[in-house]
Design a protein around this ligand. Structure first.
Ligand code: SF4
Ligand code: SF4
Length: 148
């Protein structure tokens, strides 16, 4: 499942490089966050322990690693693939589930803080597009159901 989501040849080169480690904000500031270790275990077929680790959720998806990467691959791909597999197995943090449920219901990941917006003189936020999202989501569900 994980292997199908990753290019193992690129990951293999990644395991010998490490050039993006010094530009990764999570690597610099979160003790224990080190995609190099995760990649080493993916390549060794020994990644199960990371699926229940909070480390894989500490990637900010800031794309710094993609920008610097000579093969335009990035630590990010490994961490995203790990999170996808972890979520499919129900190992995602509670706040991720809450965020998804709210998005599915309203088309937003959070409610705008209206008092703060008013204080800062910001205009009314645009409509979320939640109704369009619900229609699209229903269509996707129907399509999946039809495929069996
Ligand atoms: S996308 Fe993730 S792994 Fe890449 S630099 Fe940002 S925090 Fe680090
Ligand atoms: S993502 Fe790119 S820059 Fe970072 S370690 Fe892998 S190959 Fe090197």
């Amino acid at each position: 499942m994980l292997e199908a989501r990753l290019d193992m040849k690129l990951l293999e080169m990644c395991s010998r490089c490490g050039a993006c480690w010094p530009v990764c904000p999570s690597c610099m500031h979160i003790p224990g966050y080190d995609p190099r270790e995760v990649i080493k275990d993916i390549l060794g077929g020994n990644y199960e322990k990371w699926l229940t680790s909070q480390s894989i959720w500490q990637c900010l998806e800031c794309h710094h690693c993609l920008e610097i990467c000579y093969q335009h691959y990035g630590f990010e791909n490994a961490m995203t693939a790990m999170r996808t597999v972890a979520a499919k197995r129900g190992h995602h943090p509670a706040q991720v589930k809450r965020g998804w449920e709210m998005f599915a219901k309203t088309g937003r990941l959070g409610e705008p803080a209206m008092p703060a917006r008013k204080k800062l003189g910001l205009p009314e936020p645009a409509k979320s597009g939640g109704d369009e999202w619900k229609r699209l989501h229903a269509m996707l569900k129907d399509k999946r159901a039809a495929k069996g």
